[in-house]
Design a protein around this ligand. Structure first.
Ligand SMILES: [Zn+2]
Length: 444
């Protein structure tokens, strides 16, 4: 859940671009000249504008091509070592600048979605044919392109790769209504529903029970999941960065956070710009969208927030704010980057598991500080007897919990990260339950 003191980004209406299916084409330039996509802020970090837009049609002398940048990112997977030299630090700083330097994106690009070509300055909704039902009818994936009238990076956004994870659908729907092509520096290529059949059936997986997010980068000649993944990768490869929106799987609820491989400097820049309270620094699974896009040299973040089958306004607001921060940090829109009230970057997390089967009463919620030994849940029999408390193994923050009141032995019930240096600050922001004392079973 987002911090209480963050403002909800205000909704603004905008002229809708034309909707087209994959058999037609056309253009719908936008007249709206706004570049800022939100208003209001508490803690703001100004992002300086470049004095002049970069020269059109050519890269600056000595700057790398897109392919060179992709190679450099792909090769930058070594973890940082202690005691790096100042020269190395300077090089790293320059690398951080590359992603947000408009000089590297000097050429206006035409983007391709299937047979459609979307020129700079145009916005387009496309129903892209990606498969067929078993009745032979076309299966379309909705794709929105807002191709800016000024040079800049191209950002890929995806939601509902797992068809029952809906918060990201609303995140993308909200964002694309706020973007206008003409003033945008760069482009946004967004897929609000990747797994259309899964969403229609309220299911995480594809109809053949495959997990789409374990079939990247896909294969246009492969099975259903691989073909769909290949269609998505055709879009991703046109982009410079990617953000993939998820929720917890069914039966669990997550605190909003991002995941990325922060050994990659550009992924680190993305995560910093997004401004999540918690970042898990971990490479993506090799067959996930994040893993495949990272392998292709495209720094990628995964956002995780809330639970399946729901639109949760606070989670949606947090993700909209985070992506707005990224677009601002990349100088694609004017505005300010809004800092979170605290930042935690962790590599390790732990799922606390039920020691035995029983009826489960949770005593903690996501985004709550718990102290070592504090009761986080109670297991009991159907008669309400033989209660057994499950206690926190360390002092930390609850990242996610099960939402089911029933547990088998070994059921993961509480996802925690350890708090050490940041404990005082996080406790101040979130408030803190007192250290465990008194009866074993709390009456909360
Ligand atoms: Zn997911």
């Amino acid at each position: 859940m987002p911090p209480q003191d963050r403002p909800d980004p205000s909704l603004r209406s905008a002229d809708a671009p034309r909707v087209e299916d994959s058999a037609t084409s056309g253009t719908a330039p936008r007249g709206d000249q706004r570049t800022s996509i939100r208003s209001g802020a508490h803690r703001k970090r100004a992002v300086p504008r470049k004095a002049a837009p970069p020269r059109r049609g050519a890269r600056k002398a000595g700057t790398p091509s897109r392919q060179q940048r992709a190679k450099r990112r792909a090769g930058s997977t070594k973890p940082p070592t202690k005691g790096r030299s100042s020269r190395r630090s300077a090089a790293r700083t320059r690398r951080l600048d590359t992603l947000s330097d408009p000089a590297l994106y000097g050429k206006l690009r035409t983007l391709t979605v299937g047979a459609h070509r979307i020129a700079p300055g145009q916005s387009r909704h496309v129903n892209l044919k990606v498969s067929e039902t078993m009745l032979g009818r076309a299966l379309h994936m909705p794709v929105t392109v807002v191709n800016g009238g000024q040079p800049g990076p191209t950002v890929f956004l995806a939601a509902a790769i797992h068809g029952d994870e809906l918060n990201g659908v609303q995140v993308i729907r909200t964002l694309i209504t706020r973007l206008s092509a003409a003033p945008l520096r760069g482009a946004v290529l967004a897929v609000p529903i990747v797994n259309v059949e899964g969403l229609l059936h309220g299911e995480r997986y594809l109809r053949d029970r495959r997990d789409l997010n374990r079939n990247f980068p896909g294969d246009p000649q492969g099975n259903l999941a691989e073909r769909l993944a290949a269609s998505v990768m055709d879009l991703v490869r046109q982009c410079d960065v990617a953000i993939d929106l998820h929720t917890a799987s069914i039966g669990r609820c997550n605190m909003s956070h991002v995941r990325g491989d922060l050994r990659q400097p550009d992924a680190r820049l993305l995560a910093k710009a997004f401004g999540a309270e918690v970042t898990i620094d971990r490479p993506g699974h090799g067959s996930s969208l994040r893993g495949a896009a990272s392998d292709a040299g495209i720094p990628t973040l995964t956002f995780e927030g809330g639970e399946a089958h729901r639109f949760e306004p606070q989670v949606v607001s947090t993700a909209v704010l985070g992506i707005s921060n990224v677009l601002t940090a990349l100088r694609m829109v004017d505005g300010v980057v809004i800092e979170p009230p605290f930042r935690i970057i962790v590599r390790q997390s732990l799922w606390v598991r039920a020691p035995k089967g029983g009826i489960l009463l949770m005593h903690v919620s996501p985004r709550e500080v718990v102290h070592q030994g504090q009761v986080i849940a109670v297991l009991s029999t159907p008669f309400g007897t033989e209660e057994e408390a499950i206690r926190a193994p360390f002092t930390g923050l609850v990242l996610g919990i099960t939402t089911s009141p029933l547990a088998h032995p070994g059921t993961p019930i509480c996802h925690m990260i350890k708090l050490e240096k940041t404990l005082a600050k996080v406790s101040r922001v979130l408030g803190s339950a007192p250290p465990p004392a008194g009866p074993m079973v709390s009456d909360r």
